[in-house]
Design a protein. Structure first.
Length: 579
C-alpha cells in the first residue's frame, strides 16, 4: 500500500512521507507509554497514597505535554502532506496524460479520468491525513500496551498478544472483503459516469426520438450495475466489519475475565489489577475503529491502483534525436493497424503517396478507415506494421512533437476553450500578429462571424464552444489551421456543417490551403474529389483503387460504383474534370 502510494505521488515525495510516518508512529508509541504509565500512577495512588504517586504524576504530565506537542506537529505535517499529495497527483496525472497518445482519449476514458482526478485524488489524500495516523494508532499503541502488560503481569500480556491473532485475521478478512468489492464497484462507477456524460451529450437525439423520460438503456443498465455493486459491497462489508467488532468484544471480555480471575487468586494484587484493567481498556480502545480504517485503506488502495495504472501507461516511444522531414510529402507504406489487441485490423496494408503540395482525397464508405488514416498521420497511434512517412521520414523517427508541428487537423468536432475567439485561434500560433489573425479569419470566413458577435474578437465562446454553431466552430478550426504554419493539413469535410454558405467557405479554404501545403481531405463533397490531384478509395481498411478522379471514373470500378450510390443518395453529380 505504502509502495503504491509512493509510486503514485512520485519518488521526490518519498522522504517527507517516510519521516512523517515515522513521526506518526513515534506519537502513537508515546501514547502507549502514557497508557503504561497509568499502571504505576494507579498502583501507587491506591497503594501508598497521593504523596507517593506525585513523582509518577509529574512524569505522566511531562510525557503528556510532550505527546500533545508532537501530536500537534504530526497532525499539521500530515495535513500539509495531504495537500502536497493532491497537488503532486494532479500534476503527475496532468503531465503524464499530456504525453499519452491522442488515440487514448476516448469518451469512456474521459469519464474515468474525471473520476480519477476528483474522487481518486481525494481518496489518496485521505491516506496520510485520515487513514494512516489512526491505523498506526491502532497498531503501535496496543503493541506498547501489550509490552507493558507483559512487564507487569506476563500472563495477561501473553493473553493480550494471543488475542491479537484472531483480531488480525478478522481485520484482514474485513479489508479484503471490502477491497475486492470496492475495486468491482469502481469499475462500474466509471462506466456509469461515462454513461451519464453520454446521456447528457445524447439529449438532442433522445429528445428527437421522444425518449427523454425513459432515458436510454445503456445508462439504466450502468446505474443498475452500480447499484448492484454497492449492494454487494455492503453485503460483504457489513458482516465482515460486524465480525471484527464481535471478535474484539470477545477478546476484551476474555482479558477482563482473566485479570479478575487472577486477581481473585491473589496476584496481581488489588491496585495492580485495577491498573491492568485500565491498561486492557486502553489496549482495546484504539482497535475498535481498525476494521473500518482497514476497509478505507483498501478503498484508497483500489483508487491508487487505478491512478498507478494510468501513470504506468507508456507514452508513444520518442526518438532520442528527432529527425526532420525532407519535404511535405506523405506516404503510407503497407500500414496495418487495429485499435485493440483483440479487435480486427482496421487498416489492412494501406499504401499510398501524397506528393508535396498536392491535394489527396480519401474516399470510401462509412467505417472504411478514412479517419483512422488521418489519425495515424497525426500520430494519434503508431501503426502495428508498416510505416507512415512524412517527408520521407518515419513518424516514429520524427517524434510526436515534430509530427504535430508538421500536421494541422481541421475537424468539425473541434474543441474550443471557454475563452475569447481570438484566444481560441491563437492556440495554433501564440506569437501570431493581429494581421496574421485577420488574414486567417478572412480566408476562413470567420471575419463575418466575428463582425456579428457583440464583443467581436473578444467574445467568449462558452465551454466547448457552445456559443457557436457547428459551421462557425468549423471556421474557427479552419482559421487555426491557416494560422498554424503546418506543411500538411488534414481536413475532414464533415457534411453536417455544410450549408451553402459553409460549402463556399470550405471550397475557398481547400483552394487556399492547397496553395502552399499538402492537403489530405476526408472528402464528402464532389467538388473536392474532382479537384483533388489524387483520390485514394478505401474499403474495409484496404486501398481498393487509387489515381486521378478521371482515371478512376474511366476504370469504372469500386470508385465509380460508390459515386453512383452517393449520387442517388445525396445528389452527387458524376462528371469528369474540375467543378
Ligand atoms: N477508437 C476506436 N476504437 C475501436 N475501433 C474504432 C475506433 N475508431 C474507429 N474504429 C473502427 O475502425 C473502423 C474504421 O473507422 P474510421 O472512423 O476510420 O472509418 P471512416 O471511414 O472514417 O468512417 P466515417 O466515414 O463513418 O467517419 C470502423 O470499423 C470503426 O468501428
Amino acid at each position: 500500500m505504502i509502495r503504491a502510494f509512493l509510486h503514485a505521488i512520485g519518488p521526490e515525495h518519498a522522504r517527507p512521507v517516510r519521516t512523517r510516518l515515522l513521526l506518526t508512529a513515534l506519537v502513537c508509541a508515546l501514547q502507549g507509554v502514557l497508557f503504561a504509565l497509568l499502571v504505576p500512577v494507579v498502583t501507587t495512588l491506591l497503594g501508598e497514597g497521593p504523596a507517593a504517586a506525585a513523582p509518577w504524576l509529574i512524569v505522566l504530565l511531562v510525557v503528556t505535554v510532550l505527546y500533545a506537542l508532537l501530536r500537534s506537529v504530526s497532525l499539521y505535517l500530515n495535513f500539509e502532506l495531504g495537500g502536497r499529495v493532491s497537488r503532486a497527483l494532479h500534476h503527475r496525472l496532468g503531465a503524464h496524460v499530456a504525453r499519452l497518445p491522442l488515440g487514448w482519449f476516448t469518451g469512456a476514458r474521459l469519464g474515468e479520468l474525471n473520476r480519477m482526478a476528483t474522487d481518486g485524488v481525494s481518496r489518496a489524500m485521505q491516506v496520510p491525513v485520515h487513514i494512516l495516523p489512526p491505523l498506526a494508532d491502532a497498531v503501535v499503541t496496543p503493541a506498547v500496551a501489550v509490552l507493558a502488560l507483559l512487564v507487569y503481569d506476563w500472563r495477561i500480556g501473553v493473553a493480550a498478544a494471543v488475542c491479537a491473532l484472531p483480531l488480525w485475521a478478522a481485520f484482514h478478512h474485513a479489508g479484503r472483503a471490502v477491497g475486492r468489492n470496492e475495486a468491482a464497484r469502481d469499475t462500474v462507477a466509471d462506466e456509469a459516469a461515462g454513461r451519464v456524460l453520454e446521456y447528457a451529450r445524447a439529449q438532442p437525439v433522445l429528445r428527437a426520438f421522444g425518449r427523454t423520460t425513459r432515458g436510454h438503456a445503456r445508462l439504466d443498465e450502468a446505474l443498475r450495475a452500480e447499484h448492484a455493486a454497492v449492494r454487494r459491497l455492503l453485503l460483504a462489508g457489513i458482516p465482515a466489519l460486524t465480525g471484527y467488532a464481535l471478535v474484539l468484544r470477545v477478546a476484551f471480555g476474555a482479558l477482563v475475565f482473566l485479570a479478575v480471575h487472577l486477581a481473585l487468586g491473589g496476584t496481581p494484587d488489588g491496585p495492580l489489577a485495577v491498573a491492568l484493567l485500565v491498561l486492557v481498556v486502553r489496549f482495546v480502545h484504539p482497535l475498535s475503529n481498525a476494521a473500518d480504517l482497514g476497509a478505507a485503506l483498501r478503498m484508497a488502495a483500489a483508487g491508487l491502483a487505478r491512478i498507478n495504472a494510468v501513470l504506468d501507461l507508456r507514452p508513444l516511444p520518442e526518438p532520442r534525436q528527432p529527425q526532420t522531414p525532407r519535404d511535405a510529402g506523405v506516404e503510407f507504406d503497407d500500414v496495418r493497424f487495429r485499435y485493440t489487441d483483440e479487435g480486427p485490423d482496421v487498416l489492412d496494408g494501406v499504401t499510398f503517396r501524397a506528393a508535396p503540395g498536392t491535394v489527396t482525397a480519401l474516399v470510401g464508405p462509412s467505417g472504411s478507415g478514412k479517419s483512422t488514416v488521418a489519425r495515424l498521420l497525426a500520430r494519434f497511434h503508431d501503426p502495428r506494421q508498416g510505416r507512415v512517412l512524412i517527408g520521407g521520414v518515419d513518424t516514429r523517427d520524427l517524434g510526436s512533437e515534430e509530427v504535430s508541428r508538421q500536421v494541422a487537423m481541421v475537424f468539425q468536432d473541434v474543441y474550443l476553450f471557454d475563452a475569447t475567439i481570438a484566444d481560441n485561434i491563437r492556440v495554433a500560433a501564440p506569437q501570431a500578429t493581429a494581421q496574421d489573425l485577420e488574414r486567417a479569419a478572412r480566408l476562413s470566413g470567420l471575419d463575418e462571424v466575428v463582425a456579428t458577435l457583440p464583443d467581436g474578437w473578444d467574445t467568449r465562446v462558452g465551454e466547448g464552444g457552445t456559443a457557436l454553431s457547428g459551421g462557425q466552430r468549423q471556421r474557427v478550426s479552419i482559421a487555426r489551421a491557416l494560422l498554424k504554419d503546418a506543411s500538411i493539413v488534414v481536413l475532414d469535410e464533415a457534411t453536417a456543417a455544410l450549408d451553402a454558405e459553409n460549402e463556399a467557405i470550405v471550397s475557398a479554404t481547400v483552394a487556399e490551403l492547397a496553395r502552399e501545403r499538402t492537403l489530405i481531405v476526408i472528402a464528402h463533397r464532389p467538388a473536392t474529389v474532382r479537384a483533388a490531384d489524387h483520390v485514394v478509395f478505401l474499403d474495409a481498411g484496404r486501398v481498393v483503387e487509387q489515381g486521378g478522379h478521371d482515371e478512376l471514373l474511366a476504370a469504372d470500378g469500386h470508385y465509380t460504383g460508390f459515386l453512383r450510390a452517393r449520387e442517388r443518395a445525396l445528389g452527387w453529380r458524376l462528371s469528369a474534370g474540375p467543378a
